[in-house]
Write a protein that binds this ligand. Structure first.
Ligand SMILES: [Zn+2]
Length: 641
């Protein structure tokens, strides 16, 4: 199919345009050899149709879904360009490190281009983070492909891809396999190769390939058309043993999205799940698949499963909200033009809200677990002093500089990071409960989504851009209200506190007790961190290393800082449970909690003056008020049991 991204304005290399030969009838031939993936090197060979004269080859820079210019050009190596067996010299552009210039000799109609991708990144980051192990690999095609500059739209460049897999490995991808294969085939040909139909460059980069030795494919909600597959590659066969309840939850997810979005915008959908401790952990959305990388034991460890409950619902939701409906500033149509992240509080914030709601509606997690997640999220944002200098809008606008995705970086409570995700949950819960309140429960955000995400009904993958005004118009068509004012107030607020009106309108309130909720406890168990955030204002690793210090908290007043290491608590060697005991024991008296702290080779005794005991967030039902949050979490289909 052809993806209909709209044409864009600036084309950096239009002047260097030489050939438009990469048409559907003369695609770039791309073969990626993955047999060295276990030792972290991918080999690519391209045959690129060209015309004589100057030619610029590009390497993708702005990666869709990552919202930043992080194409991994530093890991491209072994670049050789030849024509009729003769090696051609190339030069890199002086300014754009992603542009390679070469002159095509007279009489030459195609170039042979070889390159290697060094898959040596650490187990952090996004799609170009660690992606291989001895037993599996996730191929993001942008890591290896070079393509001629000068096209209006990257949907106009065509590529005919193929791979060679290590012996005995299976694979899955949303790419259409060349006849006689079937789309759900997971076995390569007898020579280990798999050949795919010619697709646009956009579809290629949008369709990663998962391969591995320990591999399972599950057909989800088989009664639903189009088809949905859960494909998992893991580091051991025991990691593939999903419980019937887990599989049933993902099947429900397929059904619930149909009821919620009233449309689908793909030919078939693949959840490509890598379960490995050797790879980066994140999810990256695509139109017809998602790249979901989770810890190895996710499907066999209840804490890991709970912490990942919203991952697949989130990335799947992006097929509608993010890929199909996309903020105008992110719909650039190519990989060269800078993206604008100002509407990421919709792209990511609304998706974060829906991913968690869908996890509960699909019974991937319980309603109580959803509320525990929401309590943790709300309390984190309510104790976020950075909100007094930086508004929510700025966290979205600055997304392309924020390489600090996720929580846990030093002083993040003052810097703020990608708050448009978690605070997006609160904003959109506020929208949902406000619609329900204004219409006495007759309408909800579901009505907005059916119209906004379901625009045009079922379609093949394509991009329909939107603006802030489109969001406001869509909400007003559900129920007239000052939605522009509602949203702008939350986007520009410098209030020290998070917007908790959605929780209150939902019939709940945020409270603190001395017992961690199940979600907070799972986070502490998995990470080994002790969260004393809402008491003394500290996150501490199992070795006593301080992750962060809450500005304005008792620990801040005691001059503790991130990176310092707590050696002893009240005279005894540090452990998380000793720290909790000390906080508990200081309740109601005047004795400071005494710490011995190491900081860059210097030791110091520090006293923390705090006497209010342990504090962890929970949502508590406010009796006598409408239980709208409970209504929001109810399944829309009869299938979720
Ligand atoms: Zn997302």
């Amino acid at each position: 199919m052809r993806f209909s991204l709209r044409p864009t304005l600036g084309l950096l290399f239009a002047a260097a345009l030489s050939a438009n030969a990469q048409t559907a009838s003369h695609p770039i031939q791309l073969m990626v050899d993955l047999t060295d993936a276990p030792r972290k090197m991918l080999h690519a060979h391209m045959t690129i149709p060209v015309s004589p004269g100057p030619l610029t080859l590009l390497y993708a820079k702005w990666i869709p879904g990552e919202h930043m210019p992080d194409g991994p050009i530093d890991d491209l190596a072994g670049l050789f360009i030849t024509a009729n067996g003769q090696q051609l010299s190339w030069t890199r552009d002086d300014v754009n490190m992603y542009a390679i210039r070469v002159t095509v000799p007279e009489g030459v109609t195609q170039l042979d281009v070889k390159d290697d991708f060094l898959a040596t990144a650490a187990a952090s980051g996004f799609s170009s983070g660690a992606s291989t192990s001895a037993n599996l690999a996730l191929l993001s095609w942008n890591e290896v492909v070079l393509y001629p500059a000068g096209h209006q739209d990257d949907a106009d460049i065509h590529v005919r891809p193929a791979v060679i897999l290590p012996q005995g490995w299976q694979y899955a991808t949303a790419l259409p396999r060349e006849a006689p294969g079937k789309e759900s085939d997971t076995e390569p040909g007898s020579d280990g190769s798999v050949h795919f139909d010619s697709v646009s460059l956009e579809q290629l980069i949008d369709s990663p390939l998962l391969t591995g030795k320990y591999f399972a494919q599950f057909n989800l909600a088989p009664e639903v058309t189009p088809k949905h597959y859960l494909d998992i590659a893991a580091d051991g066969p025991e990691d593939l043993k999903l419980s019937p309840a887990t599989l049933s939850g993902y099947g429900n997810l397929v059904r619930e999205t149909g009821a919620l979005y009233q449309s689908r915008h793909y030919e078939s959908y693949h959840f490509l799940v890598t379960a490995s401790d050797q790879v980066a952990h994140f999810g990256l959305e695509h139109h017809q698949s998602s790249d979901d990388r989770v810890p190895e034991k996710t499907f066999v460890d209840e804490n890991l499963l709970l912490l990942s409950a919203d991952l697949l619902p989130h990335e799947f939701t992006h097929s509608w909200n993010g890929k199909y409906r996309r903020p105008a500033g992110l719909a650039t149509g190519n990989y060269e033009d800078p993206m604008k992240g100002n509407l990421l509080w919709v792209y990511e914030g609304l998706t974060d809200y829906l991913g968690n709601v869908l996890a509960a509606r699909s019974h991937i997690e319980t309603e109580a677990q959803y509320r525990d997640y929401l309590a943790q999220d709300a309390a984190t944002l309510d104790y976020r002093p950075g909100r007094t200098w930086r508004d929510l809008q700025d966290t979205a606008t600055a997304a392309q500089t924020l390489y600090l995705y996720g929580d846990g970086s030093p002083w993040d409570n003052w810097r703020r990071n990608t708050d448009y995700y978690g605070e997006g949950d609160l904003v959109w819960l506020g929208v949902d409960t406000t619609i329900r309140k204004l219409t006495n429960g007759k309408k909800s955000l579901n009505d907005f989504l059916a119209a906004f995400e379901g625009l045009g009904g079922n379609t093949p993958p394509k991009v329909v851009p939107y603006t802030f005004e489109d969001i406001v118009t869509g909400l007003n068509s559900v129920v007239p209200y000052d939605w522009a004012g509602f949203l702008r107030e939350r986007l520009t607020s410098k209030s020290p506190h998070a917007p908790l009106d959605g929780i209150e309108n939902g019939g709940y309130m945020l409270v603190y007790t001395d017992v961690p909720n199940d979600y907070t406890q799972a986070m502490m168990t998995v990470s080994g961190m002790t969260q004393a955030w809402w008491s003394i204002g500290l996150d501490v690793a199992s070795d006593g290393r301080i992750g962060d210090v809450l500005i304005g908290s008792p620990s801040d007043k005691a001059k503790l800082g991130p990176g310092m290491q707590i050696i002893a608590v009240n005279g005894r060697q540090y452990s998380g449970s000793l720290l909790n005991d000390a906080i508990r024991d200081a309740t109601g008296n005047t004795n400071p909690i005494s710490l011995i702290v190491a900081n860059t080779g210097t030791y110091k005794v520090i006293g923390i003056d705090y006497h209010d005991g342990l504090r962890y967030p929970h949502l508590e039902r406010v009796e006598g008020t409408p239980d709208r949050l409970d209504d929001i979490l109810k399944p829309m289909t009869g299938s979720a049991k």
